[in-house]
Design a protein around this ligand. Structure first.
Ligand SMILES: *Cc1c(COP(=O)(O)O)cnc(C)c1O
Ligand code: SF4
Length: 349
């Protein structure tokens, strides 16, 4: 008789993956076979903003490479603790754009709901790394206030689920909120800004898709992928499920020194997104949040990079280079001139 092991095999569902994320810098370094001298600064910097890396994201990193572009986005380093003038706690002034707890209404026609304060991954460059989420995690009564706010403002034609990460809540909550919003006649579109499908592709399930796509509202999913190595087969499958359900898929990335500040990296990223049917929407210059100064790419280089992309890629695979400026009516586009690399356009050169 074959002995069946009594050890239950935990299904790799997204809640388990979320719960089993790596939060201990020592474990991260050990798993990736990295130099233990990185530990002391990682511990120091993670006291300010915790380390958090889900397993499916870790699996895409190259062991032994301290410069891995995915690792760089999540590993706390001593550079975070060096203050630099101009880098502040709330660079976008969001704490003052809060109409109500859980509601950010900065731009005409679009309202952002903080559906969840939590994220599946803690990105070191995050402009919300110091955001007081505790005050922005609405209970049911506060959700009613947020919904009333949308009902009372007929100029709101689009609601954006954001966070933190809005897909960190369960499908019942997502479905309830989506149905409530779909009942407001002047809301025409639903958008979701999430990194969860990227770092835990298992988050994309038939239940999640039904919750978002089960109403009259067209749904746009804006992913957050910064580097081509983030797109693996699992993420590809998740993207195809969302596309088959009729969602429009866009991507926003942040331009980050040491992650995606070389032209080849940006082109590989755009091509890989294009292969999946995802349109690169925005490339954000870094928000000047305290602790992220080492990711800074200066404007001249940012313009040059996108100017090169314009001469190498189809127009629809070139993201718009933008900056968020507190008090402005929209994200502010940076002016980009074409940059022709000598020899690169002539196949016979
Ligand atoms: C980025 C953002 C939006 C959406 O802006 P789009 O240009 O429409 O993508 C809406 N509200 C807030 C607060 C934002 O930060
Ligand atoms: S997933 Fe988005 S909100 Fe969360 S830490 Fe990363 S950049 Fe910030």
């Amino acid at each position: 008789m074959i002995h069946v092991s009594a050890t239950p095999v935990e299904p790799a569902n997204w809640q388990n993956l979320l719960a089993s994320s790596i939060t201990d810098p020592e474990e991260l370094l050990r798993r990736l076979k990295l130099d233990p001298s990185l530990l002391a600064p990682a511990r120091a910097a993670s006291r300010d903003f915790a380390l958090r890396v889900p397993e499916p994201y870790l699996a895409r990193m190259v062991p032994g490479d301290p410069h891995d572009p995915l690792l760089r986005q999540v590993l706390p380093t001593g550079e975070e603790l060096q203050d630099q003038p101009g880098y502040v706690l709330d660079p976008l002034g969001e704490q003052h754009a809060n109409a109500l707890p859980g509601v950010i209404h900065k731009y005409h026609g679009r309202l952002l709901l903080i559906v969840s304060g939590g994220c599946a991954v803690n990105c070191r460059y995050c402009f919300r790394r110091h955001f007081p989420y505790e005050e922005n995690n609405p209970g049911t009564a506060q959700w009613q206030n947020a919904l009333d706010y949308i009902r009372q403002d007929a100029s709101i034609s689009e609601v954006i689920f954001s966070g933190g990460d809005p897909l960190a809540v369960n499908d019942r909550r997502l479905a309830w909120l989506t149905r409530e919003i779909a009942e407001i006649p002047h809301v025409r579109r639903l958008r979701v800004h999430s990194r969860l499908p990227v770092v835990i592709p298992q988050r994309v399930t038939p239940g999640m898709i039904d919750a978002l796509c089960g109403t009259r509202l067209p749904v746009t999913m804006v992913l957050h992928v910064n580097h081509g190595n983030e797109i693996d087969a699992e993420l590809g499958r998740a993207i195809q499920q969302m596309r088959r359900a009729g969602m429009t898929l866009l991507n926003q990335a942040v331009l980050l020194r040491g992650v995606n500040d070389r032209i080849e990296q940006l082109i590989v990223l755009s091509e890989a997104l294009g292969d999946q049917g995802v349109i690169p929407y925005y490339l954000h210059v870094l928000d000047q949040v305290r602790g992220a100064q080492h990711f800074h790419v200066d404007d001249a280089q940012a313009r040059d990079l996108v100017g090169r992309m314009l001469t190498r890629l189809p127009g629809f695979l070139v993201p718009r280079l933008v900056r968020e400026v507190a008090g402005e009516a929209a994200k502010v586009p940076l002016h980009v001139d074409l940059v022709v690399e000598r020899g690169s356009t002539d196949p016979f050169a």
